[in-house]
Design a protein around this ligand. Structure first.
Ligand code: ADP
Ligand code: TYD
Length: 202
C-alpha cells in the first residue's frame, strides 16, 4: 500500500496512523518511505534532497529516485512481501511520475520506461491524499528541515501535480483511491483504515 499526493497533504501522518491501526488489529506491518527505506536508498535521499536545488537535472533525478527505489525494493519491500507482511510506503513510483515526469515534455515516458525496466511492480492499493495545494503548501512550510528542494517548487507546479495525481487515479482505478485530505486527521484516517481493511480482506 502506498500514500501519494502533493507536499503537506498529510501522507506521512496518514501512513503512520494506518500502520499503527493495522498493527493494533494484528496485521504484520512494515512502515517505510521513499526516497529511502533502506540504508543505500537513504544515502541517495540525502544526495537528492539536500544541497543546491539545481544540483541535478530532471533526467538525473529520475535515475537517482529509481536507483533508490530499486535498492528499497530489493532489500526491504520484496523480502517483506515474500514473508507475508503488509508494506505501507509513504510515496512510491507515482511521485516520480509526477515530480519528475511533469517537469518537461517527454520525461513521463522516461519515468515509465525506466520503471518497467527496473521496478516492474505497482502497489496493490494507493491512497491519493487530495487537497488544495495552497493549504498543503502552508502545512508543509510549517515544518522545519533541510529538505526544502521540492517544497520550494511553488504553487503552479503543485496545482499541476494535484491534477496529475487525480489523472493517475482515473487511469489506474483498480489500485488508486482518492481521499479528501482537507479534513481532520482522524476523519481521513477512518476512511483510509476502512478501505485498507476491505482490501486486505478481499
Ligand atoms: P506530507 O507527508 O503529505 O507532506 P505530513 O503528514 O507530513 O504531510 O503533514 C504536513 C503537516 O501538516 C504536518 O505538520 C502535520 O502535522 C500536518 N497535518 C497532517 N495532516 C493534517 C490534517 N488532516 N489537518 C491538519 N494538519 C495536518
Ligand atoms: P517526502 O519526505 O515524502 O516529502 P513530504 O513529506 O514533503 O511530502 O519527500 C521528499 C520530496 O521528494 C518531496 O518533495 C517529493 C520528492 N520526490 C520526488 O521528487 N520524486 C520521487 O520519486 C519521490 C519518491 C519523492
Amino acid at each position: 500500500m502506498t500514500f501519494e499526493g502533493i507536499d503537506g497533504s498529510g501522507k506521512s501522518t496518514q501512513a503512520r496512523m494506518l500502520a499503527d491501526r493495522l498493527a493494533a488489529d494484528g496485521v504484520d506491518v512494515v512502515a517505510t518511505r521513499e526516497p529511502g527505506g533502506s540504508p543505500g536508498a537513504e544515502e541517495i535521499r540525502r544526495l537528492v534532497l539536500e544541497g543546491d536545488p539545481d544540483r541535478w537535472s530532471a533526467e538525473t533525478e529520475i535515475l537517482l529516485f529509481t536507483a533508490a527505489r530499486r535498492d528499497h525494493l530489493e532489500r526491504l519491500i520484496e523480502p517483506s512481501l515474500a514473508a507475508g507482511r503488509t508494506v505501507i510506503c509513504d510515496r512510491f513510483a507515482d511521485s516520480t511520475r509526477m515530480y519528475q515526469g511533469l517537469r518537461a515534455p517527454g520525461l513521463r515516458k522516461i519515468v515509465d520506461d525506466l520503471h518497467a525496466l527496473m521496478i516492474g511492480r505497482e502497489p496493490d492499493l494507493t491512497f491519493i491524499i487530495d487537497m488544495d495545494p495552497s493549504k498543503g503548501h502552508a502545512r508543509a512550510k510549517g515544518r522545519n528541515g533541510t529538505e526544502e528542494r521540492f517544497e520550494d517548487f511553488g504553487a503552479d507546479l503543485q496545482v499541476q501535480m494535484r491534477a496529475g495525481f487525480l489523472d493517475l487515479a482515473k487511469a489506474a482505478p483498480d489500485r488508486c483511491v482518492v481521499i479528501d485530505g482537507d479534513r481532520a486527521p482522524e476523519a481521513v484516517a477512518q476512511d483510509v483504515t476502512r478501505i485498507a481493511h476491505d482490501r486486505l480482506a478481499g
